[in-house]
Structure formats: C-alpha cells, structure tokens
Design a protein around this ligand. Structure first.
Ligand code: NDP
Ligand code: HSE
Length: 438
C-alpha cells in the first residue's frame, strides 16, 4: 500500500484546469474516498504564463514534459492536450514507464484506441477515459460495469454539447448558427477544430468508443455513416416544430441479428420524447438492455468542471486499484482482448426509417404529383405534405414526410427529384426521423 498516489497532468487548458481545480479543492474528500491523498505532483503545458484562474503552488506548472514522464514517483499521467500524435506518444511513453493513464481524448481513442488499449492490457496497466464520452456523464463505467449483464439492443445519444447548444439556440432564441457557435467556443465546449463538433465527427468518435465497449468489437470510424448539422436551417427547425418534432444531432447504435447499425446524423424526434428535453450543452444517452430495459443518462456533456469530474473519477478508480493491487481488473475495452470479435457495421443504404424531405419548388400545378410520382416509382409512400404560402415568381418550400422507406431508395429518388426543372435553388434537404429510440 502506498501512502500517497502521485499524479502528473499534461495540458492545462479547459479540461486540465477543471481537473486541477477538483484535485486541489476536493483534496481532503478524495483522500477519504481513496484512503490516501492524491498528490498533483507536476503539471506540464506549453504555456506556463497565462493566468488560468486557478491558484497553483509555486513550481507545479512547467513546460518540462520529459521531467514528468521520467519522474519515477508519478503513478498516473493525465493526458489533456488533445490531438493525435503527441497525445498518443505521451500515453505510450507513460505506459512504457509503468504509469497508468487517464485521457479525455475521444478522437485519439476512436482512431488509435486499439494501440493504447493493447499496450495497457499487455502491461497490466489501467487506462481511464470516462471523460471521452458525454463529458461528466459516467457512461463508460455504465457500459463496462453497471450494464455488463445486458445485451445492449440500442444506444441513442445526444453526444455533442456544442451541436446541441447551437440547435437549442436556433430553436429557442432564433439565433444564427455562427453566433451560437461563437458562444459555445467562448464557454470552452467546442473542440480545437469546431468542425469536429458541427460535422458530427466528435459524435462519431464518441459513438465508436461506445460501440467498441458495448459489443466487444474494434470499430473502424470509416464504417460509421456521419453527417453533421451544417445543413440544418432555421426553416427546417421551424417546420419540425409545426410537425410536433425537434431536430437533434444523434449518435445511434442498434443491434440487429449479430450486426450493428451505427450512424451519426441530425434526426427529427418527437417533441415529447425524453431526448427532446435535452437542451443546451447537456448530453443524454438512452440505452436499452435486454435485462434492465430502458436506462437514460443525462448531464453536462462538456466544460471544465463536468469533464474534470469524469477525469478525476478515473484517477480515483485507478488509485483504488493501485492500493488493492487490482490494476487491469476491468479491461479498458470492457471485454478482454481475446474475447473481442469483429462485428459487421451495417452500411447506411441498408437502413430503413422515415424521412423528412424539403424541396424548394416552383409553385406550379403538377409539381407535387411529379415529385410524388418519383417517390412512388421507388416504393416510397408519402405520409403527409406541407406547403405554405404562394409565390408564383419564386421557389417555395414543399415538405414531405414519408412512411418508412429504405435509404437506398430515398437517395436514388432524390437524385431524380433534384434534376427536375421545377425543383430549384438547392438540393432537397433530407432529415431522418428517429421515432422508436430503440
Ligand atoms: P484546450 O485546447 O483548452 O487545452 C489543451 C491544452 O494543452 C492547452 O493549454 C495547450 O496549450 C496544451 N498543449 C497542447 N499541446 C501540448 C504539449 N505538446 N505539451 C503540453 N501542453 C500542450 O483543450 P480542452 O481542455 O478543451 O480539451 C482537452 C482534451 O479534452 C481534448 O482531447 C478534448 O477533445 C477533450 N475534451 C474536451 C472537453 C471540453 O469540454 N473542452 C470535453 C470532453 C473532452 P496551448 O494552448 O499553449 O497550445
Ligand atoms: N466539443 C465537445 C462537445 C466536448 O461539444 O461535446 C465534449 O466532448
């Protein structure tokens, strides 16, 4: 048993600052929970002069990364710099020195996770990544431990705080997309490259991590269909509202006959459904297990302290394992490496769902029947049609809700519809409907 667990932290940005704050301010409580103190021994950042709004003991913050990695007293290294190559090297170097690692870096884990997990498993070390999905929501521990008894038939989540913040501002305050994004960036929610948030890539990374843990399979992110919110307009949000729905960026994974359907895209969901109540930076993940039934986890999906909470929870778990000599007890991939099997991710064209289609059309007799004809020729049945206003001189929106149809048929029909001379201005907008949440 050690009398103290020493921590090294690399990256004192948004999450690093939140993590350091929690480790310092909740020091006594955490020491009682672990049984010994957790000592924040070294912090490394490229910039050691900027005021982070946190009082650090003198000499704690340096730019000396080798000094941290080579310090034999440090038990756990926390990587919070983001990005791929340097972050991966820090984690592998730390493990090569026998140190456990904690990270919030979902991009790295989704793309290079196998290297990190394999290195940890071989060395009998722990890797904590609770903060990588859902910010402060304890979803990783839920998947690896709390729900381990279950076959998980469905995981549907609002996984990106920035995108949800933008959609919420567009709906509630009629804000422009760019203004809402700037506010999310100022609050520290957005990624260094905010296109990751907006284009669905960050949600893809998080979904890939969850699918990996839930189904015991490596996931190639290229196999997961991904579409962001960049084409969602205020007009679509308004029409959704008239239809009793809201637009959310969802990460969806469903188990079907030993295959997994995994996709990220904006979706229309019923305004009374639980996920529709998730606003602003909040995330939520709705899981269905064959034994437990429905479970919903909800909380702040980004930000310094919520994410720091998840990082520190990993540090505490690992510190407890060190004290009980139980490191490696829970495989980082949830399934031991030799129990993982590749599972086919269903290609998107095999999906069937309902669709919201908005065409900008010339307001002339016969246009609706032409479009309906194309949809009918491809076996797509119309559920309802909405057209408001009359503007003979300019294009008007024609909104069509379909019954359940195949993605392949809808995409083929849209290619034909977009070529019609009466369909003008822009390609038809397509938003999938997620109406089962299971
Ligand atoms: P920030 O950009 O705010 O912080 C990163 C910090 O690391 C910066 O201070 C940066 O310094 C420093 N840094 C970069 N490279 C190095 C290096 N080679 N050595 C030492 N320090 C370095 O990012 P966040 O805190 O927002 O994100 C950190 C990680 O957490 C990312 O992986 C992100 O995806 C993840 N995450 C973030 C969440 C959030 O709410 N922000 C939520 C969940 C996960 P400098 O600024 O000088 O470059
Ligand atoms: N940029 C991410 C988000 C941070 O907005 O959700 C949390 O992972």
């Amino acid at each position: 048993m050690k009398s103290c667990i020493d921590i090294g932290l690399v990256g004192l940005g948004t999450v690093g600052t939140g993590t350091a704050k929690i480790l310092l301010e909740n020091r006594d409580l955490i020491a009682r929970r672990v049984g010994v103190p957790l000592e924040l021994k070294r912090i490394v950042d490229l910039d050691v002069t900027t005021d982070r709004g946190i009082a650090l003991p003198d000499g704690l913050l340096t730019a000396d990364l080798p000094g941290l990695l080579n310090d034999p007293t440090i038990d756990i290294v926390i990587e919070l710099i983001g990005g791929y190559d340097t972050a991966k090297r820090i984690m592998l170097d730390a493990m090569a020195q026998g140190k456990h690692v904690v990270t919030a870096n979902k991009a790295l884990l989704a793309v290079h996770g196998e290297d990190v997990f394999t290195a940890a498993a071989r060395a009998g070390l722990d890797v904590g990544f609770e903060a990588s999905v859902g910010g402060g929501i304890p979803i990783i521990h839920a998947l690896t431990e709390g729900l381990a008894a279950n076959r998980l038939t469905s995981i549907v989540g609002i996984l990106n705080g920035t995108a949800n913040y933008i959609l919420t501002k567009m709906l509630r305050e009629q804000q422009e997309f760019e203004d809402a994004l700037a506010q999310a960036q100022a609050a520290g929610y957005a990624e260094a490259d905010p296109t990751f948030d907006i284009q669905g890539i960050d949600s893809l990374h998080k979904l890939a991590i969850m699918v990996n843990l839930a189904y015991g399979t490596p996931v190639n992110v290229k196999d997961v269909f991904t579409e962001g919110i960049q084409h969602v307009t205020a007009l679509d949000i308004q029409y959704a509202s008239e239809l009793g729905m809201v637009v959310k960026l969802l990460g969806i994974a469903k188990l079907h006959d030993g295959e997994v359907e995994a996709r990220v895209h904006p979706a229309l969901i019923d305004k009374d459904s639980p996920l529709a109540q998730v606003h602003g930076v909040y995330n939520a993940i709705h899981i269905v297990g064959d034994a437990v039934g429905d479970v919903m986890l909800y909380g702040r999906g980004a930000g310094a302290l919520p994410t720091g909470s998840a990082v520190v929870s990993d540090v505490i778990s690992i510190a407890r394992n060190i004290q009980r000599q139980a490191c490696g007890r829970v495989p980082p991939t949830s399934f031991p490496l030799d129990q993982r099997v590749p599972i086919r991710i269903r290609p998107m064209e095999e999906l069937t769902t309902r669709y919201y289609l908005r065409c900008m059309v010339l307001d002339r007799p016969g246009v609706l029947s032409q479009i309906a004809g194309v949809l009918g020729n491809h076996g797509i049945s119309i559920m309802s049609v909405l057209q408001q206003g009359r503007h003979e001189a300019q294009a008007v929106p024609l909104v069509i809700m379909t019954h359940r149809a195949s993605e392949r048929s809808v995409q083929t029909a849209l290619k034909e519809i977009n070529k019609m001379s009466s369909v003008v201005s822009q390609p038809t907008t397509l938003i999938r409907v997620e109406d089962e949440e299971r």
